[in-house]
Design a protein around this ligand. Structure first.
Ligand code: HEM
Length: 424
């Protein structure tokens, strides 16, 4: 394993070529499963690439912290981002970012994490989400109605992005028209590395400020008019009677918008892409709809919408035979764990009948994705209706990926629809 390959994991451009990324991960799993990787502007990190090791780190927050003060869950610390932006663009960046200022549950450790997670957990219970299923189906059908007479369309904007953002607007209890703003802000805030999305520093700062102002407006409203929505849950006093600070509230709000929006979108578009690349798998689903739940799991394993999350070692410890020092950074590469040969049979085969270990795409342990059921429901309903209404759908042209090593994100994906006319 060369240093060039190890360095490549820090370069967002590498992730435009998924084959190359998987080659690097395969080598690491084989030769150096907990492997030290240098960084161009940071002090380097441990790449954790095996399934079991990722699980071990995730379930030991007392040893491996998500704390924002220690750098949080993204690899680049603010100082490192500043050094890189200065080197690449020749300017001093202002410190902005989704997880700065306040902190949200994703950058907290227990017991603080537990208290914050509990506040919104009632919004994600099986009962609460189960009651949304009919609504999801109705929304899916309305979205598909809009493309029903077309023979081709740009799938990300017309379908994949629409459903998750409509559902978020629903969970927040906001006007559906506002979803366009939420969608745009979320793209800009998360797409900071992609010049196509984040046009300039001002652009990102403005988007973040507008989003925060909008979030505060909602909070004020819900304090007066409480409802049954996530915003009301965030502005209410917690179990100890404490109210969240303004900074933490905004972090929690932005986390929900970004986490619930981008990831689900990318599992939808990445799923349709995989089913187009492996048409025999699509045929299997057309022949047997009972495979849909397994297909949903396989899509999320295959895509790994969140490529990694980071932790920081709180003490000297050992992992995979390596001595980890207090303060060291570790990246949990879910994308790699999902292709671990010791856990999956033929992990590089996309197989909608696969019935093996749960993938790591939703994380594991303490921070297991709070929205996983909602994401799976959306993918299940959408897949079911696509099979019914567009049995010949296929991604046809150039797929554009976002420039990032954090999210496996598709920006544009043309599809051919050849829609079966809807039986009235
Ligand atoms: C396919 C879709 C999704 C994927 C792949 C995904 C992935 C993840 C991952 C990997 C984590 C763990 C972070 C860590 O260990 O540090 C996480 C946490 C989280 N996700 Fe998701 N997510 C998805 C959908 C959603 C949805 C729909 C929502 C909400 C509407 C959501 C909200 C959250 C929140 C709030 C957390 C933080 C949980 C905590 O820190 O305890 N996610 N997600």
């Amino acid at each position: 394993m060369s240093d060039i390959d190890r360095l490549a994991l820090s370069n967002p451009d590498t992730f435009q070529d998924q084959d190359r990324v998987h080659q690097i991960f395969s080598s690491l799993r084989r030769e150096d499963p907990v492997g030290w990787c240098p960084e161009p502007y940071g002090r380097g990190f441990w790449a954790v690439t095996k399934y079991q090791d990722i699980q071990y780190v995730s379930k030991n927050p007392q040893l491996f912290s998500s704390d924002g003060h220690l750098g949080g869950i993204v690899l680049e610390d603010p100082d490192e981002v500043a050094a890189r932006v200065k080197a690449e663009r020749g300017m001093e960046p202002e410190r902005i970012g989704i997880f700065e200022g306040g902190r949200s549950m994703i950058t907290m450790d227990p017991p603080e994490h537990t208290a914050h997670r509990r506040m919104v957990a009632p919004g994600f219970t099986p009962k609460k989400l189960g009651a949304l299923e009919d609504q999801i189906r109705e929304r899916v059908n309305n979205i598909l109605d809009r493309i029903a007479d077309k023979t081709e369309c740009e799938f990300v904007e017309s379908v994949a992005a629409e459903l998750p953002i409509q559902m978020l607007a629903e969970l927040f209890g906001v006007n559906q028209e506002d979803r366009h703003k939420l969608f745009e802000w979320s793209n800009i805030v998360i797409g900071g590395e992609d010049p196509d999305i984040s046009l300039s520093r001002e652009h990102v700062v403005n988007a973040f400020t507008e989003m925060a102002m909008y979030g505060f407006g909602l909070a004020e409203d819900r304090k007066q008019n409480p409802g049954n929505d996530l915003i009301t849950m965030l502005v209410q006093p917690n179990a100890d009677g404490e109210i969240m600070s303004n900074e933490d509230y905004i972090s929690a709000f932005v986390l929900l918008v970004v986490a619930g929006n981008e990831t689900t979108r990318n599992s939808i578009s990445g799923g349709v892409l995989a089913l187009s690349q492996y048409p025999e798998q699509w045929q299997k689903l057309l022949a047997d709809r009972s495979l849909i739940p397994r297909a949903v799991n396989e899509i999320i394993r295959w895509v790994a919408p969140v490529i990694y999350m980071r932790r920081t070692a709180l003490a000297d410890t050992e992992l995979g035979g390596k001595q980890i020092k207090k303060g060291d950074k570790l990246a949990l590469w879910y994308m790699s764990g999902n292709r671990d040969e010791e856990v999956y049979t033929d992990p590089f085969t996309f197989d909608v009948t696969r019935d093996e270990a749960r993938h790591l795409s939703f994380g594991y342990g303490q921070h297991l994705c709070i929205g996983w059921r909602l994401a799976e429901m959306q993918l299940t309903v959408l897949l079911t209706e696509l099979l019914e209404r567009f049995p010949d759908i296929s991604a046809t042209g150039q797929v554009d990926r976002m420039r990032t090593n954090f999210l496996n994100s598709i920006k544009r994906m043309p599809v051919n629809l050849q829609a079966k006319k809807h039986a009235a």
